[in-house]
Design a protein around this ligand. Sequence first.
Ligand code: GAR
Length: 214
Amino acid sequence: MTDRLRLGVLVSGRGSNLQAILDRCAEGRLSAQVAVVISNIAEAYALERARKAGVPAVALEPRDFPDREAHDRAIVEALQSHGAELIVLAGYLRILTASIFEAYANRIINIHPSLVPAFCGKNMHGLRVHQAVLDYGAKVSGLTVHFVEPEVDTGPIILQHVVPVSEDDTPESLEQRILSFEHEKYAEAIQLIAEGRVTVEGRRTRILPEESGK
Ligand code: GAR
């Protein structure tokens, strides 16, 4: 496949979404390739997954930089030096600063494990999200893939997928059920972007029909 969209994937943890993307790229099911994986945590298992796949894995720990902006500038340099065109946040647990938004305006996406705008925002990530869904007694949850804006979890939504909550769910069981859909749906969203089929009008995105993209 030629002209594959070059992804810069930012991670902080186990990296199962990264793995799903790597697998689909390797199988030729995605018109994309992972150009670099960057983590703010050197021990993140996601970096190991990148190395195993032969993809550059970079650890940039905040404590090695004077402030958030300097840390994010180093991230931008690493992304640009590997030719990343789209930033894919896959369980990246830091808020981005202006330097990243300036360099990658409208080219940053995130996946969140709930139906935004429910159960999202600052400090809502991973199991906390699913615990909050169960505590509230919601009957459905799901996932959201969206463009990233400076406010947490607020950018235009690319796609969402509804997953039922069962009466016996624990945060862990709900997480697992949603995660398996995340792996499919994040790849689907990346493919739509790679095909040039996602347009943004204000807060709303429009998915163009097949073969109408770039
Ligand atoms: C995923 O469930 C992702 O949706 C969530 O973190 C998990 C990362 O898992 N992201 C957030 O909660 C962002 N607010 P992974 O490392 O196995 O891909």
